[in-house]
Design a protein around this ligand. Structure first.
Ligand SMILES: *Cc1c(COP(=O)(O)O)cnc(C)c1O
Length: 401
């Protein structure tokens, strides 16, 4: 640690509130570096990170494969604008067609964040208007799709939406039940949009049969099925995409968080006839798909394959779920989610206290809402990290009465 760091650690909270816009909560710590599944703050305190930058740091911190790929690309060609094509961009489009199951009919649109991928999805839904007859977009209550105005219009949380009314028209939020789905779907629906597991809502699974029925009903009525896999995608839930666990393909999938392993990148991949909706001039992004970001994503996808991280997500996810249940804490009501996206449902609204106790002990977990703890560790977690997590999480649960 440098001499200035202890002074800095006293000052950073005030410095932050002096210079940063008040849109985020006060930061939990000021971090300086990371390696593997651990980060260190400016005082040199070490944390095991089971949030992973909110499901972003697929390969953990400072992974040599990602560091090498980004450094090499930066030194070769970082950005060129979409007046030009680059090899990393086309390689990533090929890889995404392959891993999404879109195959030869797949088309990729690149952007820089999840919200932007959802903006592209929103515009895709508008393009599926069936000559003016399909005017409705169906989304789910409690869904999270991002903070820009289009993405926010799809987001189903009043607290996030209300300050920014009026939002975009034509979006209806229905309850996540088969009955509500059946009642909402008809030939006036342009698109049905949902997360296969609601991440920001606290890792909440959809009801049994919902995803398969959604595919049937959208097909029957000519509506697009657009799946937001921004949080669940890129091996997070134990398959490349969560929808693959239901034997379906959507008409479009939105991707971001884990794709670049920390380098900002988002994508919308369309399938089949939906790939013909966007025409020249309909959409664009200055940074979207630049060689730096796409080289990072290629490195992440290559390493997930090489190191068997899909299998690791399945195996470690199952281990963690079982182990959390067998702690037998009175605080724990249920354990939700799939693979390495896990929600711990609490018996009382103590998530902030438990997350704070964990942080004190050197473990980062996320209080997704007042009675849910969210875990989204790097996909590289192994025996040592699982054991360290269980020790610290058990202590954090015990520390809160
Ligand atoms: C994080 C997230 C978004 C928004 O992504 P940003 O990169 O923060 O804009 C959208 N949908 C889901 C499901 C997310 O988890």
């Amino acid at each position: 640690m440098s001499e200035s760091s202890s002074v800095e650690s006293h000052e950073w909270k005030k410095h932050y509130s002096d210079v940063m816009m008040g849109s985020h909560a006060a930061p939990l710590a000021m971090l300086e570096r990371g390696s593997g599944c651990h980060v260190w703050d400016v005082d040199g305190k070490r944390y095991l990170d089971f949030l992973g930058g909110i499901a972003v740091n697929s390969l953990g911190y400072a992974h040599p494969v990602l560091v090498e790929a980004v450094s090499r690309q930066m030194a070769t060609l970082a950005h060129v604008s979409n007046y030009f094509a680059t090899r990393p961009q086309l390689e990533l489009a090929d890889r995404l067609r392959d891993i999404t199951g879109a195959g030869d009919t797949g088309r990729a649109y690149f952007c820089n964040s999840g919200a932007e991928a959802m903006e592209a999805a929103f515009k895709l839904a508008r393009l599926n208007n069936g000559g003016g007859k399909r005017t409705r977009i169906i989304a789910l209550t409690n869904a999270f799709h991002g903070r820009t105005m289009g993405a926010l219009s799809l987001t189903g949380k009043a607290a996030l939406r209300d300050p920014f009314a009026p939002l975009l028209g034509g979006v209806e939020h229905i309850d996540s039940t088969l009955e509500a789905l059946e009642a909402a779907m008809d030939d006036t629906v342009a698109a049905l949009i949902f997360e296969p597991i609601k991440g920001e809502a606290g890792v909440v699974d959809l009801p049994e049969g919902f995803i398969v029925r959604a595919r049937e009903l959208t097909r029957e009525h000519g509506a697009l099925l657009i799946i937001d896999e921004i949080q669940t995608g890129i091996a997070r839930t134990g398959s490349w995409f969560a929808y693959q666990q239901y034997g379906i393909v959507p008409d479009a999938v939105a991707i971001a968080k884990g794709l670049g392993g920390g380098v900002p990148i988002g994508a919308l991949v369309t399938f089949g006839v939906a790939s013909g909706l966007y025409q020249q001039g309909h959409h664009g992004s200055t940074f979207g798909g630049n060689p730096l970001a796409t080289a990072a994503a290629n490195a992440v996808l290559g390493e997930i394959e090489r190191a068997g991280l899909i299998e690791n997500a399945q195996r470690r996810g199952a281990e963690l779920k079982n182990a959390i249940e067998s702690i037998g804490s009175a605080h724990v009501a249920e354990v939700r989610g799939s693979g390495l996206l896990i929600g711990v449902g609490l018996t009382s609204p103590l998530s902030k206290d438990i997350a704070a106790a964990a942080l004190e002990l050197g473990l980062i977990v996320n209080a997704a809402n007042e009675s849910s703890i969210r875990l989204a560790p790097p996909l590289i977690v192994g025996d040592a990290e699982v054991a360290e997590f269980l020790d610290l999480f058990t202590k954090a649960l015990e520390a809160v009465r």
